[in-house]
Structures are given as structure tokens and as C-alpha cells.
Design a protein around this ligand. Structure first.
Ligand code: COA
Length: 193
């Protein structure tokens, strides 16, 4: 497994390349995943099995880029994933005709635990994923963010993502146990060659 960065705050940014690489971090990842997505505006409830499956599934996707910000003690402070959008059929359905499917990456699941926020980690996980994409094969990146246009929306704009004006309803189980959709906005970025 590659260590991509060692931060002064003691966090290391790892790039697991297989399910076996991810295994030691699975339980801590699941805990972080559950905590982050239970917050507003998402209010999502995942079991630890569902959360663990997110990491395991991501690590099996061809050309995936998964990043974990961790401490040696076993803490997962943040995570981010990316893979060709062709591996995400529900998104392909909504953006077909808008972007070239075969040369577009999808950025998924960026989350930083609350106590580690606003120290540049979120931005770093975006920039690292952008750097790791093979520019000879991929020309665009697309992601979904909450339609509520919070700090994440502003952050993506500053990092060169554009508001596409296209929205999607994402179904999920919520903290109260109900199964509802929430509205997400697609933001896209053209990659330099
Ligand atoms: C959004 C999130 C990933 C940002 O992570 P972070 O590590 O705090 O981000 P950074 O410290 O790198 O900050 C990135 C930029 O956003 C700004 N920012 C971050 N959080 C902010 C906040 N709550 N209010 C105002 N600005 C904020 C920073 O000032 C920084 O600005 P800059 O681009 O001018 O440097 C984090 O808040 C999070 O995990 N939220 C919950 C999950 C989520 O919303 N994920 C994104 C879904 S697409």
C-alpha cells in the first residue's frame, strides 16, 4: 500500500490498492463513514456492514482511487474515492449526453471527521485524486454534492468545479429509519491534458 503524504498533524494519506490493503482499516473506516453521513444535510443511517461494504466494493472497481487519512493508532480521520463513472450506472443514466461517459471520472464519498476539518485535508484529498487520474484516458470529473449549497459547494467551486445545474434525487435510509431521497447537484470539472 502506498503512503502518498505524511502531514504535520500526524495523519498519513494512504492509497489502498486492493481489498487486502483495506482490511486493517475496515472497522475504523466504517465508524467514520457512519458518523459523517449521519450529519445534516444527509442524515443517512448505514449499518457497519453496509459501511464496510462501501470500502470493499470501491477497492474492487477497475482504476479506482481510494484514499484514507489515518493515524498509526488505527484512527481513520477522512476518506475519499474515485473511479470511472462507467462503473456508476445510476449516475451514467443522469449525465449521458452531458459528459463523455468513457472519459469521465466520478468522485465519491469525500468525508472528513469533524475534529479534523478545516485544516486542508478535504482539499488535499480532492487535489490528490485529481493528480492520480490518467489524463491520457480521462478528460472530465463529475461529482454530486448536496443541493443545499453548503461549504462543500463553495469549496468545489474554488477548486475549479462548475455547477452543471443538473440535479438527482438520491434514495437512502435516514437517521429516523425512514427511506427517503435527498437532492444532489452535479458539479463537473474539465481536466487539463
Ligand atoms: C466538506 C468537507 C469534506 C471539507 O473538509 P475539510 O477538511 O474541512 O476541508 P478543508 O479544510 O480542506 O477546506 C477546504 C476549503 O473549504 C473551506 N471550508 C471547509 N469547511 C468550511 C466551513 N464549514 N465553513 C466555511 N468554509 C469551509 C475552507 O476554508 C477551505 O477553503 P479554501 O479552499 O479557500 O482553502 C468536510 O466538511 C466534510 O466531511 N463534511 C461532511 C461530508 C460532506 O459534506 N462531504 C462532501 C460531500 S460532496
Amino acid at each position: 500500500m502506498l503512503t502518498l503524504a505524511e502531514r504535520p498533524d500526524g495523519l498519513n494519506i494512504l492509497r489502498p490498492e486492493s481489498v487486502a490493503d483495506g482490511l486493517p482499516w475496515l472497522a475504523a473506516f466504517a465508524g467514520a463513514y457512519q458518523a459523517i453521513w449521519s450529519e445534516p444535510p444527509y442524515n443517512e443511517r448505514f449499518s457497519s456492514e453496509e459501511a464496510s461494504a462501501v470500502l470493499q466494493r470501491a477497492l474492487r472497481i477497475p482504476d479506482q482511487i481510494t484514499l484514507l487519512a489515518v493515524r498509526d493508532s488505527g484512527v481513520v480521520a477522512g476518506f475519499a474515492m474515485a473511479f470511472p463513472v462507467a462503473s456508476k450506472p445510476d449516475v451514467v443514466r443522469d449525465i449521458r449526453g452531458l459528459l463523455p461517459i468513457d472519459s469521465t471520472y466520478y468522485f465519491a464519498e469525500l468525508g472528513i471527521m469533524e475534529q479534523w476539518r478545516q485544516t486542508g485535508l478535504g482539499r488535499q484529498l480532492i487535489e490528490l485524486r485529481l493528480q492520480l487520474i490518467d489524463r491520457a484516458r480521462f478528460t472530465h470529473v463529475i461529482l454530486r454534492t448536496s443541493a443545499t449549497k453548503n461549504a462543500a459547494y463553495e469549496m468545489y467551486l474554488r477548486l475549479g468545479f462548475e455547477d452543471t445545474g443538473v440535479y438527482m434525487e438520491v434514495p437512502s435510509r435516514r437517521n429516523d429509519g425512514s427511506f427517503r431521497t435527498d437532492r444532489r447537484l452535479f458539479m463537473a470539472k474539465v481536466l487539463d491534458g
